[in-house]
Write a protein that binds this ligand. Sequence first.
Ligand code: M6R
Length: 366
Amino acid sequence: EKGGYDTFMLKEIFEQPSTLRDCLRGRIVDNCRRVTLSGVDLNQERFKSAERITLVACGTSWHAALIGKRLIQDFCKMPVEVEYASEFRYGNPVLNEKDIVISISQSGETADTLAAIELAKAKGAFVYGICNVVGASIPRTTDSGTYIHVGPEIGVASTKAFTGQVTVLTLLALSVGHLRGAIDDATLHEVLSALDKIPETIEEALKVDTEVKKLSRIFSYAHNFLYLGRGYNYPTALEGALKLKEISYIHAEGYPAAEMKHGPIALIDHDMPSVIIAPSDSLYDKIISNVQQVKSRGGAVVAIVSKGNKAMNDIADFCIEIPEVPECLTPLVASIPLQLLAYYIAVNKGKDVDQPRNLAKSVTVE
Ligand code: M6R
């Protein structure tokens, strides 16, 4: 049942090309010019008249929500907020009929997310669910939604569900953006063409496996890690850090790279490596200076860069190349080496990656 892999987590990491193919199936139409998501298509008026979207989730799903915020802002040009479900439910949220609340949950059983949905419904918001487990409590409670269809996720550390959530959020942002006339046809076509090929692109990204495995040996005994990213990849940094914490029990902090100098920079020394996500995107020049700031304080840097970027070799200690994709899709691709790095570090330390201590696959208590 592990399909020849040592663990469910490794199987689920390597399954991503096929799970994303399942996730996308039938949803990109008209030669990459249109999206069809029944949850949006059947509720066009709600999506057209909405004045704001609030995303609620916990853990990894909350990281996907942060990426969703950028996608919706960029493609729908409307205000978006992201809240931890546990904070939202006790935070007296101000909502009305013009609000859409999107809840994201792999299991569909997370207690705080379910309570947030019930509250949002009671306040008149339209609630949309993005879920994996078919027929779970969340999809039964929401007004409408989309399944990510990535198959059962057994490993406690979420991997394929995260990339499925980000993929559905991309489809949703493009679909709603088109409906609201907020996105031009050329951009829609460009992003959809790249998204349609994402299963193959992830296949390509997974080829860093051997290299990451080797690299993991150098860093397995660090006690602290910093993960840095900007823009679309600030949430990717948070997710990379969470993966490492959950399965290797190494303390790791994810941070927006530019915020580092407002505090965490004090922690950097020879014993604290940083993983810096630096694809060739609109913030590349900015992140280069963040890499230099870490290096000048003696910290080791593992940089995740776009294929063909040889210049970073002169600055960072180690570079891992990922295939080039439009900026909005970089989190999907950059997550792959981060999942593998966390995985191999945990394995080197002899940890049980599928069942890390103190964690449950679905958190049904608040
Ligand atoms: O099932 P959900 O997506 O609602 O779960 C939310 C979190 O409990 C979950 O993402 C958790 O953070 C994972 N262990 C992350 O790997």
